[in-house]
Design a protein around this ligand. Structure first.
Ligand SMILES: Cc1cc2nc3c(=O)[nH]c(=O)nc-3n(C[C@H](O)[C@H](O)[C@H](O)COP(=O)(O)O)c2cc1C
Length: 250
């Protein structure tokens, strides 16, 4: 029986980050979950925290960081995990470590895993694969052992400061006439970028192009303009085709 309970805060608009997060927990720990795709009330936390976030433009999604900042630690251990689409995670892991430290945690483990690229799904297709998931489970076992041993040694992670500039999103998803106005996209948009009373529109100032509205639309009525997708696919094929392996810092 596990005695270790950890809180896991996950931001996963299209599910790849969640799969990695679940595999890390495996059977190694008991877990309380915080969904960073929804609003988070200010929360003093007394358990260790594991934050699992996707990489957007070599950084963390702004909305996820804003919500993470509402969770306050009391010096206890935290684990920083980023999930990226096989291009690069650049400054995202360092940013996550720094954010967790600023929230009052001590970052004792970190990792970067690969998942299918949520914009161009042919990049890192079927990742995390069986090896990735086994590696995530092994990481979880190591994390549990470190937490149980009260080993508070801080890890060093790659990344540069100042961080890369936050990317500007070139487009927002478009809505076709297949839209039935059901509002599912508006309800599930992590950024509140789709008005409930006009779900065929998108607020470009809020949209972070997370792709969730495209994934959840029952009529496939939301999509990226084809030329943009084609341009992104070509760019990514040049830099993200060689499979990358998980990296663990513990
Ligand atoms: C707006 C955006 C920017 C992204 N930027 C990067 C990046 O810089 N490097 C990379 O390797 N993958 C990048 N990705 C891919 C995601 O990090 C990856 O697909 C992740 O698994 C998505 O998480 P989710 O499935 O939980 O939504 C990006 C995806 C999106 C939507």
């Amino acid at each position: 029986m596990n005695t270790l309970t950890l809180t896991q805060a996950v931001f996963s608009p299209t599910g790849g980050t969640q799969r990695v997060a679940d595999a890390i927990i495996g059977s190694a720990m008991n877990v309380n979950k915080i969904d960073l795709c929804t609003e988070v009330a200010p929360l003093p936390l007394f358990t260790p925290l594991m934050a699992v976030l996707p990489v957007y433009g070599g950084r963390l999604p702004v909305v996820a960081v804003e919500r993470l900042r509402r969770i306050k630690g009391q010096g206890q251990a935290a684990v920083a995990v980023v999930v990226y689409g096989n291009r690069a995670y650049e400054d995202a892991l360092l940013e996550l470590k720094n954010e967790l430290t600023a929230c009052g945690f001590t970052v004792v483990a970190a990792a970067a895993f690969v998942a299918e690229h949520s914009i161009v799904r042919s990049i890192a297709a079927a990742r995390p694969n069986a090896e990735d998931l086994a590696c995530a489970a092994e990481f979880g076992t190591k994390v549990a052992a470190k937490l149980e041993a009260d080993d508070m040694s801080v890890v060093t992670v790659p990344g540069n400061e100042p961080y890369k500039e936050l990317p500007k999103m070139p487009v927002v998803p478009q809505t076709t006439e297949a839209c039935g106005g059901c509002g599912r996209c508006a309800r599930l948009c992590p950024a509140g970028a789709i008005p409930a009373d006009a779900p065929h529109t998108t607020d470009a100032a809020k949209c972070m192009l997370c792709m969730r509205c495209i994934m959840v639309c029952p009529r496939r009525a939301r999509l990226l303009p084809a030329p943009v997708k084609e341009m992104m696919a070509q760019r990514l094929q040049a830099v993200a085709s060689e499979p990358k392996l998980p990296e663990l810092f513990i």
